[in-house]
Design a protein around this ligand. Structure first.
Ligand SMILES: Cc1cc2nc3c(=O)[nH]c(=O)nc-3n(C[C@H](O)[C@H](O)[C@H](O)COP(=O)(O)OP(=O)(O)OC[C@H]3O[C@@H](n4cnc5c(N)ncnc54)[C@H](O)[C@@H]3O)c2cc1C
Length: 451
């Protein structure tokens, strides 16, 4: 093997980097703080089956994960299914899965419906995203679709998802969402999304097994506490609670504020400050196990400011309830600052808080339908992509020789997602392997020059 690389984080980014390193003959050692791999796409069990803590699907354009599954010989686990998208507005659920649904969307005037349809097409036709970097999503959406469409359709979604940052979100972020969601279609024009049978965590575990089989290591419950840095400023490894792990290079795949804490004793203050420049939102997901279905919609955007969640995702309208022995799975999702009171609320109190809202939205719903509930929180769930974001994104290389970065916040102009975590992880894995090879070639010359 040609060197050893310590990887901080066993999410899809860290695992993909490790896999790529093994392809180059380099030994990776993945160190994951949690008790399982998968990161934000990790899972828990419902009736013996893995289920994502936070709802997950792929778009038809997510080719990097599909390619990875092909390499592992597991692509037959990927299933493509048509899904139903809806929008809750003024006490009613409207279907919004196809162009015809847009024309039937009565909360908008007929002219505005046409403008909404045109907006989706015009957004997907944008090729030069750099031209959008100076605009906020609001400015761009009003330009494209007019104020009525913005106020009814987009403003509540932006405010629901980004809260205090809604006015700062970049047009590039929104363009990318419209492009992905609008482009993930079956031949008939309806939305088509993909799932991995057994859950995304199964793919993460299969990847971890393949890394081990190829000579790498993947350890869980092993948070990295410190970087080991030599007097010459070169990173020599990492320190965990158990031991010091020497490495020829270190790759950090965690959220940037966590990287900032690790590099703080060693890197210039300006760099540490830079890592704090991108704000993050946390996510709170309440997962309900119901004994029956709530609605026939998979993805329901909530455009009602009185409802505290931005989305209701009925997962079992995508992956059948039979997978979970008949349990119907519903996620209530909320993005919020990690210091907000709702984020800190106790799990049972959160459930009580949700029930009246669900009853208002789905008058037939009764609390006796709930067989179990789970609450999941992620502090660094969504980097806020603001205007001119490209100027904020840190590079893969860092001021510390031998330390590399591959974090969700660096995915741009696309937004975070397992597909891009895999793409970027593999890219950085290749970069590190080449850097180690270059260093190895230079070494004999360095030695002979000093003799
Ligand atoms: C609500 C929600 C819904 C989503 N929906 C989708 C979806 O539908 N489709 C999709 O593809 N993507 C979705 N995503 C995004 C996707 O989950 C992420 O983009 C992807 O998992 C990021 O992978 P990563 O490896 O870059 O980061 P992470 O998954 O965050 O992995 C980083 C890892 O580092 C570990 N770590 C942190 N500190 C340390 C330390 N000191 N030492 C060791 N380990 C440490 C963490 O435990 C974590 O496992 C969603 C995310 C959220 C929050």
């Amino acid at each position: 093997m040609k060197g050893r690389v310590a990887i901080i984080g066993g999410g899809f980014g860290g695992l993909a980097a490790a896999w790529e390193l093994t392809r180059h003959g380099v030994t990776p050692i993945v160190l994951e703080a949690d008790d399982a791999v998968g990161g934000l796409a990790g899972s828990f069990h419902v009736n013996g089956e893995r289920l994502e803590r936070f709802y997950h699907h792929w778009f038809t354009s997510d080719t990097h994960v599909a390619e990875l599954a092909r390499e592992l010989g597991t692509e037959d686990r990927i299933v493509y299914r048509s899904t139903r998208t809806g929008l809750y507005f003024a006490n009613k659920v409207f279907r919004l899965s196809s162009p015809l649904d847009v024309l039937r969307f009565t909360p908008l005037s007929p002219v505005a419906r046409v403008r909404l349809g045109m907006l989706a097409l015009r957004a997907r036709a944008v090729k030069n995203w750099r031209a959008l970097e100076k605009l906020t999503a609001r400015e761009w959406l009003v330009q494209l679709g007019g104020r009525e469409v913005f106020d009814v359709v987009w403003r509540p979604l932006l405010e629901g998802k980004f809260g205090p940052y809604a006015g700062e979100v970049s047009a590039v972020w929104f363009w990318n969402k419209l492009k992905l969601r609008g482009g993930s279609r079956s031949k008939g024009g309806g939305e088509s999304l993909a799932y991995y049978r057994g859950g995304f965590a199964t793919l993460a575990e299969q990847l971890a097994t393949a890394i081990r089989d190829a000579g790498g290591e993947v350890r869980t419950r092993e948070p990295v506490r410190k970087l080991l840095v030599g007097d010459d400023g070169r990173v020599l490894g990492v320190r965990t609670d158990r031991e010091s792990i020497p490495a020829d290079a270190v790759l950090a795949t965690t959220a940037l504020p966590i990287v900032a804490d690790l590099v703080q004793p060693h890197a210039p203050a300006e760099y540490v400050k830079r890592l704090h420049r991108i704000p993050y939102l946390a996510n709170l997901c309440i997962v309900l196990e119901l004994d029956r279905s709530l609605s026939n919609t998979y993805w329901l955007n909530v455009n009602d400011p009185g409802f505290p969640f931005v989305g209701i995702i009925e997962h079992t309208n995508f992956e059948p309830a039979s997978t979970y022995a008949g349990r119907h799975i519903v996620y209530l999702s909320k993005y919020l600052p990690a210091d907000s009171a709702l984020y800190a609320m106790r799990d049972d109190a959160l459930l009580e808080f949700c029930i009246p809202h669900l009853q208002r939205m789905f008058p037939r719903f009764d609390r006796s339908w709930i067989r179990a509930h789970h609450v999941w929180r992620a502090e660094y769930a969504q980097p806020v992509v603001v205007r001119q974001y490209s100027a904020l994104v840190p590079s893969t290389t860092t001021p510390l020789d031998g330390l590399f970065l591959c974090s969700m916040a660096q995915v741009y102009p696309e937004d975070r997602g397992t597909n891009y975590a895999v793409r970027e992880g593999r890219r950085v894995g290749g970069t590190i392997a080449r850097a180690l090879a270059t260093r190895a070639r230079a070494m004999p010359r360095e030695v002979s020059a000093s003799q």
